[in-house]
Ligand binder design. Structure first.
Ligand code: CP
Length: 307
């Protein structure tokens, strides 16, 4: 009997088991090799119709999904809320039902509000992939981050990952903590006290007292973007002050030559991460971008089997 992925939607990392992640990584590895060789495999889901519904800005995730859909031979339409009938007051439900009525098997949705994509998945018949909602979830980012570490030779059992910066507002951090813990890794965090989270996702994440301590006790550090758009008020007195205390710099890596450094992008260089680190030998940042296309090809293949 042909294998079918057990999930018809990907809404959050909390739904994935270690076996699910292994299936995704195995297929993504094949897709990554196909990208590198430009020898794409035969179309496995002919006629698959993908709509990228983006209600919030994006560069990496949107283009990555578009390339992924093209490379598996799917039809792909990109819908951006700006310039659409959303500006005339059309509701989210009506917009999604309209897009589905035109023929959609898989929706890839980004939205600024937490949980909206779960509501959409309950409304439409198509599969839904969460491309980032509010501060809650960004499952494909977490998958590509872990896949980048896996490709760098990491065994996640006992592996230690530090998360640096604006953890409180970060959907990337929430999805990464859930996924990395499922794989057997241990997570640590450091950032401004007002940007440390209090929700349950982080209950097993140890908070440390400095960047040096974070680097010292971990094997990889994920640097986060300061998410000014999700801050209710000015919680940071100045960016230069932030950079002084929380910017990952070459001096922090002096005693950790093998530390892996990740950043989901977009980066604020010299505020969250020094250019010498972002572009240096420890950085996996462009590998994350490359692997993102492979992970998204794999997911479209797996969810496409439902249609
Ligand atoms: N990492 C990420 O989600 O980047 P974009 O906002 O550019 O998609």
């Amino acid at each position: 009997m042909q294998f079918r992925f057990p999930h018809s939607h990907l809404l959050g990392t909390d739904q994935l088991t270690a076996d699910d992640i292994s299936v995704i990584f195995t297929l993504a590895e094949k897709q990554r090799k196909s990208i590198d060789s430009k020898q794409y495999p035969p179309v496995s889901t002919p006629g698959l119709r993908v709509v990228l519904a983006f209600f919030e800005d994006s560069t990496r995730t949107r283009v990555s999904f578009e390339k992924a859909a093209q490379r598996i031979g799917a039809e792909c339409v990109v819908f951006s809320a700006s310039g659409s009938s959303v500006s005339k007051g059309e509701s989210l439900t009506d917009t999604m039902l309209t897009l589905e009525a035109m023929g959609t098997d898989v929706f890839v949705v980004r939205h600024r509000e937490d949980g909206v994509i779960h509501d959409i998945a309950n409304t439409v018949n198509a599969s839904c992939i969460n491309a980032g909602d509010g501060r809650s979830n960004h499952p494909t980012q977490a998958l590509l981050d872990a896949f980048s570490l896996y490709r760098a030779g990491v065994d996640f059992r006992g592996f230690k990952v530090g998360i640096l910066g604006d953890v409180k507002h970060s959907r990337v951090a929430r999805s990464n903590v859930q996924l990395l813990q499922t794989l057997g890794a241990e997570c640590f965090m450091y950032g401004p006290p007002e940007l440390m989270p209090e929700d349950d996702v982080f209950k097993a994440v140890q908070q440390v007292g400095s960047i040096n301590e974070l680097v010292e006790c971990t094997d990889a550090v994920i640097v986060l973007r300061i998410q000014k758009e999700r801050m209710q008020e000015t919680v940071l007195s100045s960016l230069s002050e932030y950079a002084e205390h929380y910017c990952l710099q070459p001096k922090h890596l002096q005693h950790k030559p093998d530390l892996h450094v990740l950043h989901p992008g977009p980066m604020n260089r010299e505020i969250e991460i020094a250019t010498a680190v972002a572009d240096g030998p420890n950085s996996l940042i462009l590998e994350q971008v490359r692997n993102g296309v492979a992970i998204r090809m794999a997911l479209l293949n797996l969810l496409g089997e439902w249609h």
